[in-house]
Design a protein around this ligand. Structure first.
Ligand SMILES: [Zn+2]
Length: 278
């Protein structure tokens, strides 16, 4: 069966030539790695188009797996976005992806939903839309990682994004409004993606143990270590906007003037300060 590429999958840039060559060489040597099947749905490829292409080129049989909402979650577009998170796209490249995804999504708040799926701020998606509309060439440069979406937006002199209404405002975990300068940081999904990868590593270890490849793998100890690694990652993520007043020439002791706190640091903030800034 010949599969076509799902439109949401085609939003993501092609793999670099060198990366594809590496994939191809590995397939010629080791065959198709069945742990990473090509995910298909309705006759279309959702994930693994490069693996499928490499398999064809190497003359090996690709392994296919039918997407299902039970095991892969919610909807094909979100699944594709998550699958592509493992590829190291910059926030600007992801904003360009979200801009196209927003055009495909139906219903209200398409930009906000697309921004959430891809892990960027809605503002970045509005900028991406403006750049795409004003200059497809500059949009291509952002896609290729040659410039940032905010620099490109300034270049095309786009009108400023619509005034922030309630939908567009980013809030931290405590419900405070995140200032514009910190939006990208609060929306960046890479730390939570790292947590997903750690979960995946644990399940890979279990697979190897089941296959008797790692009979001596101490799964209990691995579980404990991965759990602690996940906590370390979670504790590095921005949790709340710093509630302390910032005075010029005086470094904020809570946030070192970064403007934000981790969950642990937030927990140490006295209740009267927490309440005051809200
Ligand atoms: Zn501070």
């Amino acid at each position: 069966m010949i599969y076509s590429i799902h439109p949401a999958c085609a939003l993501y840039p092609d793999m670099l030539e060198g990366e594809f060559y590496e994939l191809l060489t590995s397939m010629q040597t080791h065959g198709f790695d069945s742990r990473f099947p090509v995910i298909v749905h309705g006759g279309m490829i959702l994930d693994g188009r490069h693996r499928e292409k490499a398999a064809r080129a190497a003359g090996v049989e690709a392994v296919y797996h039918e997407w299902s909402p039970e095991t892969e979650g919610d909807d094909p577009a979100s699944f594709i976005a998550r699958a592509n998170c493992r590829r190291s796209l910059t926030p600007s490249q992801r904003a360009m992806v979200a801009q196209k995804l927003a055009a495909m999504l139906k219903g209200d708040k398409a930009v906000e939903r697309a921004a959430k799926v891809v892990g960027v701020s809605p503002r970045a998606v509005y900028q991406a839309q403006a750049v795409q509309k004003a200059s497809p060439e500059i949009a291509e440069q952002v896609r290729a990682g040659k410039t940032t979406v905010s620099a490109a937006a300034r270049k095309v002199k786009s009108p400023p994004p619509p005034p922030p209404d309630e939908d567009q405002v980013i809030e931290d975990q405590t419900g405070r409004v995140v200032p514009e300068s910190l939006e990208q940081l609060f929306c960046d999904g890479r730390l939570s993606h790292l947590c997903t990868k750690l979960t995946q590593a644990e399940s890979d270890a279990k697979d190897l143990a089941v296959q008797k490849i790692g009979v001596r793998l101490n799964l209990q100890a691995i579980h404990a270590e991965i759990l602690s690694a996940k906590r370390l990652v979670a504790n590095a993520a921005p949790f709340a906007v710093c509630p302390y007043p910032h005075v010029p020439n005086q470094k904020c002791k809570a946030c070192d003037d970064h403007g934000w706190l981790t969950e642990l640091a937030w927990k140490a903030v006295p209740t009267e300060i927490k309440g005051a800034a809200k």
